[in-house]
Design a binder for this molecule. Structure first.
Ligand code: S3P
Length: 174
């Protein structure tokens, strides 16, 4: 028998939910590689995401993202984190069906605090609180649609979030 194809688990959630930090911890715990589709897009395009948005526009970025997600789902056997907007694509949501997908839920205040300290996000450049709220109104149903587990990040350390993901997705060794 062959093993399952593609990632052991996939993390989705809005910017600032901790996908990269938690994803790295999970990869370490599971003894697998971590991959992040944002980084794949940057590598393919040869420039930062903010520059892709400015030079080619968001629709072009979303095309690159669809391709990057499909490629990673097909070939990456470890832990995979998707960019916050990846679930907007119907084709991506279809590819996520029946996979171990964890949605990291985060409150607005925590997300804004984290994003403020992190790499620049073009969609949140102006009025991040308002932008983030609007993004979430549109995306929450989509995150829920693809999620096999919904994990609260509130009052939890990244280690505790990683543990909750493993338990919820039944990936923990007994
Ligand atoms: C985006 C989130 C970013 C990145 C791009 C667009 C979004 O990824 O893909 O800036 O639409 O929410 P993170 O969720 O890793 O910040």
């Amino acid at each position: 028998m062959t093993g399952p194809v593609g990632p052991r688990l996939v993390l989705v959630g809005p910017p600032g939910s901790g996908k990269s930090t938690v994803g790295r911890l999970l990869a370490e715990r599971l003894g697998v590689e971590f991959r992040d589709t944002d980084a794949d897009i940057v590598a393919t395009a040869g420039k930062p995401i903010a520059d892709i948005f400015v030079d080619e526009g968001e629709p072009h970025f979303r095309e690159l993202e669809k391709q990057a997600v499909a490629a990673a789902l097909a070939e990456h056997p470890g832990v995979l984190a998707l960019g916050g907007g990846a679930v907007l694509a119907e084709s991506t949501r279809a590819l996520l069906k029946d996979r171990k997908v964890a949605y990291l839920e985060v409150a607005l205040a925590d997300a804004v605090r984290r994003v403020g300290l992190d790499a620049p996000r073009p969609l949140l450049a102006v009025n991040p609180r308002q932008q983030w709220r609007e993004l979430m109104e549109r995306r929450r149903p989509l995150y829920l649609e693809v999620a096999a587990a919904v994990i609260s990040t509130e009052d939890r350390t990244p280690e505790q979030v990683a543990e909750a993901v493993l338990v919820s997705l039944e990936l923990k060794e007994a």
